[in-house]
Design a protein around this ligand. Structure first.
Ligand code: 13P
Ligand code: ZN
Length: 270
């Protein structure tokens, strides 16, 4: 059996959450990431019959029964993950229609997965239904996106269009736009269900006055998605109080669509 610490997905998650912390997106225990794992690959590193303990999830997700996830722990600091992966991360297998999670590795101090596990698992279900290659759900608290939710209309078309106008390549990176939830109590099944519903039509979901969720097929892509939206929000926060003299026109956006072979979300451009 190979050492789980040498598994590429574990090493990549450690690098990613360290990078997220370094970007200032994950103060204290802020943020959480889940990665859906391949059973055959995981079997090279762990004895999948050795369940350490079973943890109640508090929701059901029959579509994910038998699926494996590498996930960050609740209350754990991203800055510490690289030094103690086994304490700050865990690998679980969902069972009994998703109502139970069997711990196979990690959470070595008796901890458990993120309090946002419902939003993560429900978002995996939603994204898999539209994008079978989806493996990642990522949540964090980037300052400029958060700031923007205090001063910008939360209407999804308006919010998306503003972000698209802030950097030329935004429309190429997230042509599906950004969906937005109003402030809701975090860590609940309700916000999980609402997030998953929004994930059916976009890979980015902003939680007003809280942060953002991203989904994608790998960690690089998902990180890049949030990084691009956050960069656009940063430009917006630099210029929002100044007179706008120039912008990226809808006509320019259409040129980008043709040149990069992407299709902007229906009805979002003139
Ligand atoms: P956890 O520490 O439970 O992952 O919560 C962090 C967070 O960002 C809640 O939204
Ligand atoms: Zn959060």
């Amino acid at each position: 059996m190979k050492d789980i610490m040498t598994a590429p997905v574990v090493m990549e998650l450690i690098r990613t959450v360290t990078n997220m912390y370094d970007h200032g997106w994950d103060e204290r225990n802020g943020g959480n990431v889940s990665v859906m794992l391949d059973e055959a690959e995981l079997a090279e590193y762990l004895d999948l019959t050795r369940v350490q303990r079973t943890i109640l999830t508090g929701f059901s997700a029959p579509e994910l029964d038998g699926r494996y996830f590498l996930v960050t722990g609740t209350g754990k600091y991203f800055k510490n993950v690289q030094y103690e992966p086994c304490r700050n991360l865990g690998i679980v297998r969902l069972r009994d229609g998703g109502t139970n999670a069997e711990l196979l590795w990690g959470f070595s101090d008796g901890g458990k997965f993120t309090s946002e596990f419902p939003a993560h698992m429900m978002s995996h279900v939603a994204r898999l239904s539209v994008e079978p290659q989806n493996r990642i759900v990522m949540h964090c608290h980037p300052a400029n996106l958060l700031a923007m939710t205090y001063v910008h209309d939360l209407d999804e078309v308006k919010f998306t269009r503003t972000l698209w106008q802030m950097c030329t390549e935004c429309i190429v990176v997230f042509p599906d736009g950004v969906n937005v939830l109003p402030w809701m109590l975090c860590g609940t099944n309700e916000i999980g269900e609402a997030t998953a519903k929004k994930m059916e039509t976009a890979r980015l979901v902003v939680w007003a006055q809280h942060g953002i969720y991203g989904a994608g097929k790998d960690l690089d892509e998902t990180f890049g998605l949030i990084e691009t939206a956050e960069k656009a929000a940063e430009i917006y926060m630099k210029i929002a109080h100044l007179p706008r003299v120039n912008t990226i026109t809808d006509e320019a956006m259409h040129q980008l669509e043709v040149h990069f072979g992407v299709k902007a979300r229906e009805g979002y451009l003139e």
